[in-house]
Design a protein around this ligand. Structure first.
Ligand SMILES: Cc1cc2nc3c(=O)[nH]c(=O)nc-3n(C[C@H](O)[C@H](O)[C@H](O)COP(=O)(O)OP(=O)(O)OC[C@H]3O[C@@H](n4cnc5c(N)ncnc54)[C@H](O)[C@@H]3O)c2cc1C
Length: 551
């Protein structure tokens, strides 16, 4: 038999009923994202966010994400002469992703931007850019988050903040102050405890120079070890303290930062997560001695918001992939996107995605206004970020699994990218405070920090009277808060999160979205899996907004 050249690749059949590639697409084409951006005071950044979205959805950026995850970072402990170098080599795609993220202001840039809404703009940019790769979001996020913690030591902040906020990506180990831009990491977790950092055993010994210490000990997780500087917790004479550890010292010599291993992780594989040992490692005190947790919590509060953002972007990305597939795939004689049960699944996912995005941007707005001195927003941010971190990240694995299933077997295959997104999702509820730790943090805020409950209920009151199911949920929440027990913390925080998301949707989303969300998440008219919206739900309207092409 003779084949024409056109048939050589598929000798036995024509390929039909497979969707065309999704890229190029605009990752910012999301009504919830753009409306939230404007509402939270950063409408001026819309063009930037749209540009980021177009780059994120480009064939090239999608390929960078794929390659950076296929070609994983490699640790080089020694050079050819046996000298320790402790360097990690990344695929060029990683550097392209990092360079773009930093240049687009997704690292420390908002701290150098006086415009009201600068932190919202960054979060919205992150929601769009997150359609690429999650791994490089780790050093980007830590660089952003290090700035407010570093400000506890003004002399260090004066030196390093301009470089952490610069839009320049300059990889490689060199004297930090001689670089055009810096990245920051964080070293808290040790083998014997990550949630309970008070158990840290790394010791910080003061030197004769004020503020300068040497560290001896180990860290069990320290991600992105090619960052220039790290905020590290260690036990000083007056207790657990926060330090800035540079990888290269001002005289150009390498600080001791012995990377024992890189972790072999479930996901987040483009990023390196290391186990460093400190031995005579030079460290500069940040904040008062003995107040390490209080100092570094300013960093953790920012990375927690980014965990919510990264979960929301994973949801949106996988929803877009699912919608695209459903629109182009037929089964039993009809397009999947026209089949009622698939439409129910997609619409249910769309509700979840919109609620996550809307909450993320509300949290970013609170962070932005808190940074500018708004005490009420600071109280709201304090409790609502922990609530969002608990719930949105908890929904990620179930969401991405369901979206993956929309692609059938193709979704289970690496080529689709869906397994990568699915593997990423659980991480966001582990680091920066695992599920229980965040739920307990909400209880702590309620009982010990004045104004947090008032701020939360003040926010919920803004939607009062708009939906009877929401009013009932708020009433129930008040009772739950009064009775708050440690064993019941997840139950409480889940209800708090759903009530808060519902209140935001009732106020800001089209009625079809708000109504379906309240009916299911608050009214109990829902199953346990996605795709169980009641018949009364206006699936067409939900899809028309979330996935115009499938509406
Ligand atoms: C890929 C990856 C990268 C990481 N990168 C970094 C990094 O760069 N820097 C860094 O410092 N850390 C990093 N971490 C560590 C991460 O922050 C910790 O793993 C996390 O904080 C949990 O700590 P742990 O692993 O010691 O677990 P544990 O603290 O032992 O917790 C185990 C479980 O117990 C639960 N728990 C804890 N306390 C309570 C309680 N009182 N009541 C009920 N349940 C409780 C937790 O929620 C968790 O489910 C990283 C982790 C991963 C997976």
């Amino acid at each position: 038999m003779v084949f024409s050249p056109a048939h050589e690749g598929n000798a036995t059949h024509d390929v039909t009923n497979q969707p065309p590639p999704l890229a190029p697409y605009d990752a910012s084409e999301d009504a919830a994202l753009l409306e939230g951006l404007r509402r939270e005071g950063a409408g001026w950044a819309e063009e930037d966010v749209r540009r980021i979205g177009r780059i994120a959805g480009s064939v090239q950026a999608q390929e960078w994400a794929d390659l950076a995850n296929r070609h994983e970072p490699e640790l080089r402990t020694h050079d050819r002469y046996g000298q320790r170098v402790d360097e990690v080599e990344f695929h060029p795609s990683w550097h392209h992703l990092m360079r773009t993220a930093v240049a687009e202001g997704l690292a420390g840039a908002p701290w150098a931007d006086d415009r009201s809404g600068a932190h919202v703009a960054r979060t919205a940019g992150g929601l769009a850019w997150g359609h690429t790769d999650a791994g490089h979001g780790c050093p980007t996020s830590m660089t952003y988050a290090a700035v407010p913690a570093l400000r506890h030591q003004p002399d260090l902040a004066k030196l390093y903040e301009p470089l952490l906020t610069a839009r320049e990506y300059e990889p490689g180990l060199r004297v930090p102050t001689e670089k055009r831009g810096l990245l920051a990491g964080m070293g808290m977790t040790e083998k014997q405890g990550g949630s309970d950092v008070r158990t840290n055993t790394t010791v910080a010994a003061p030197t004769s120079e004020p503020g300068v210490y040497t560290l001896r000990g180990h860290k069990w997780f320290t991600s992105a070890p090619m960052c220039d500087v790290f905020l590290v917790l260690a036990q000083a004479p007056q207790g657990l303290s926060c330090f800035l550890v540079p990888r290269v010292l001002p005289d150009g010599s390498r600080n001791t930062f012995r990377i024992q291993r890189l972790k072999d992780k479930l996901g987040n594989r483009s990023n390196a997560s290391s186990e460093p040992e400190f031995d005579g490692t030079v460290a500069w005190l940040v904040g008062p001695e003995g107040r390490g947790v209080k100092t570094i919590i300013d960093m953790v509060n920012c990375t927690r918001l980014d965990c919510v953002m990264m979960s929301a972007t994973l949801m949106r990305k996988t929803l877009v992939e699912a919608g695209h597939h459903a629109r182009h795939r037929s089964a039993f004689g009809a397009r999947l996107s026209d089949q009622p049960l698939m439409r129910n699944v997609l619409a249910d996912l769309a509700l979840e995605s919109e609620a996550a995005t809307t909450l993320t941007l509300r949290l970013a707005g609170a962070a932005d206004r808190a940074v500018r001195g708004d005490a009420g927003e600071q109280a709201f941010r304090r409790i609502a970020t922990a609530v969002g971190k608990y719930w949105v990240t908890k929904r990620g694995p179930a969401f991405t699994a369901e979206a993956l299933e929309c692609l059938g077997g193709n979704g289970y295959v690496e080529d689709s990218g869906m397994p990568r997104h699915y593997r990423e999702a659980p991480l966001l509820s582990i680091w920066e405070g695992s599920g229980n730790v965040n739920a307990l943090d909400v209880l702590r805020a309620l009982t010990r920090e004045a104004g947090t409950a008032e701020a939360l209920f003040g926010e919920l009151a803004l939607a009062q009277g708009a939906d009877a199911r929401l009013d009932t949920a708020v009433h129930r929440l008040k009772g739950m808060v009064r009775e708050g027990s440690e064993a019941g913390a997840r139950r409480l925080v889940e209800h708090m999160a759903l009530t808060l998301q519902a209140s935001l949707l009732v106020r800001h989303a089209p009625s079809a979205i708000a109504d379906a969300f309240c009916a299911t998440r608050l009214g109990g008219d829902w199953g346990h899996a996605f795709g169980t919206l009641p018949d009364a739900a206006d699936v067409g309207a939900v899809l028309g907004r979330a996935l115009p092409s499938t509406g």
